[in-house]
Design a protein around this ligand. Sequence first.
Ligand code: PLP
Length: 396
Amino acid sequence: MSEGDNGSTTDRLTTGLIHHPYQPPARFGAVPPGVFKASTVIFKDTAALRARRWQDKTGYTYGLHGTPTTFTLEERIASLEGGRHTLLAPSGLAAIALVDLALLAAGDEVLLPANVYGPSRELARNELARMGVAHRLYDPLDAAALAGMIGPHTKLVWLEAAGSVTMEFPDLAGLVAVCKARGVITALDNTWGAGIAFAPFDCGVDISMQALTKYASGGADVLMGSVTTRDDALHQRLKATHMRLGLGVGANDAEFVLRSLPSLVLRYTAQDAAARRLAAWWQGRSEVVQILHPAFEGAPGHAHWASACCAAAGLFTVMFDARYTQAQVDAFLDALRLFRLGYSWAGPVSLVVPYDLTALRGTAAGQGMLVRFAIGLEAADDLIADCEQALPALGA
Ligand SMILES: *Cc1c(COP(=O)(O)O)cnc(C)c1O
């Protein structure tokens, strides 16, 4: 065979392998939705290419603008949240950034709860500040104080329920009413509620954002965020920025979340019950002075939680007595066997993270160390036994 023959044979092979005539029978039925991957989407003719709009779900234009897999996940998250439209982002933090960048411009101000997810505040302190967007922190338990802070430049108020680490459940109804009266858009970080503990849009928020990384995934293996709205015009503003920023998620990540959604309520409920058992056990211990779990009497925002929620996430924080030093609390954490040290939550493995309230919130020194417990799917009795065996490491 000459070189030229070989070339044309391989050319035919290559092109034939790409444009092969075989098509599998349509209407394959299975329980999971299909996993479709694309950068390029093929149009049947130029008329179809010219007619296609990326703004809606009536067809496909480009992988970044959506596939059957990502559209399916968006629609399921929208239903979960009680909204009408959902956009997916590569992480929860990217979803937060999407909301900020879509709605804020130089000269505007955004208000954040004092217990906001830390990186959201860092985004405000750095990128938003450089854009000329100001931010201030408000007390999520004081709607009247928020009313006094809203000015002509306030364009967005973030809400978080419950707040990060210190778990105060905000006066959602009061805060939202104040913002509505002043025409300010509200965006809720609903990662904790996950669409289960309470219905975010029934509370009147304009936007509900979630780190799907946590409950929706549940596997400690996916990073993803969502931004859900009910209002068409607000969705189109967010969608346009989402497109221009090039945000999108991979089909395999979407597949993982789609696979986890059917067990979401079971996991949420199980982790809620186990976390309350653990927190109740800690409540009886002399080493700790406070249990920060919104379902517990005496926890900040408990009454707001009780009026808004039918469940709680599997998360709580304990404050150790101030007589224990950081080194002693670290020794306790290092002695745990089932609980692992690490960020995030809602996966199968229970996690702990130490926090220093003074560094975290800039509050007065002299308070005890905080330890945040994120309960996984292990048996609650085993988790209690793990804490019990590690406590002697605290020392006297
Ligand atoms: C984890 C988390 C985020 C960020 O999610 P990532 O996917 O890790 O970026 C945002 N808000 C809250 C409340 C979170 O717990």
